[in-house]
Design a protein around this ligand. Sequence first.
Ligand code: COA
Length: 253
Amino acid sequence: MSIRTATLNGVATIEIARPEKKNAITQAMYRSMADALDAAVADNAVRAVLLTGQPGIFTSGNDIEDFMQRPADGTESPAFGFMRSLIACDKPVVAAVTGAAIGIGTTLLLHCDFVYVSDEARLAMPFVSLGLVPEFGSSLIVPQLMGNARAAEKLLLGDPFTGADAVEAGIANAVLPAAEVVPHARRVAERFNGLPPGAVRETKRLMRRARNDSTFEAIGVEGGVFARRLRSPEAQEAFSAFFQKRKPDFSKF
Ligand code: COA
């Protein structure tokens, strides 16, 4: 099983556990993560959600083989279902970024409430290098958070950035030594056991209200372009190059 879930002391933990593939997320894994989030929202005993990965790797993003073999189609895709559940989740979501967070690994952080990053972690949104485009609201939210100049480095060039950069941009709360990331994130999640759950949920809904309207609009537009780009010759070249462990050749396009 590559998604592990457990509920303990008011906290539902969703752990990405596919270290042999650097925690790349398959369609089945997105489905499990969406089910776990929906179950956490429905369970009165759960006061917060903790989302984490493995030591040294949060996630290497969408499984690139799935991108090649089973290109997603819009709002019915498992990734969309998971992100819809994440964005709609009105209980606090705390992310413990235990290592690299690539592609959707960084994108999903934009929709969590608290993000703690290990001092070795690198975040990256290398969609262009894969012949793709930003997804799930990142083309809107990243420029809003860090301004167009720094967003261009991350989204057009796909430059990786550190946890400290993520804190400065308002994506993350704090950078911590690797061994402290999960325990600290858990302590933050457990604080919600001492707070009135109704007020927490209503406050989160209010905080998200204005942004969610524009986010869902952006997600719809991005999703259409993304689905088309997945089938593009540029993307096919990038995916093949990844599995053949060579540099992609975009000179012919
Ligand atoms: N999808 C599918 N398989 C992936 C993957 C992904 N996103 N990321 C890593 N893997 C697989 C590799 O193919 C390799 O499989 P193999 O052992 O069968 O050859 C295995 O995981 C280990 O990856 P490897 O690249 O050898 O590890 P590394 O430590 O050298 O590099 C990363 C780690 C995360 C930097 C690198 O794997 C990477 O760049 N992955 C792709 C990131 C990406 O572009 N994601 C999509 C964003 S939209």
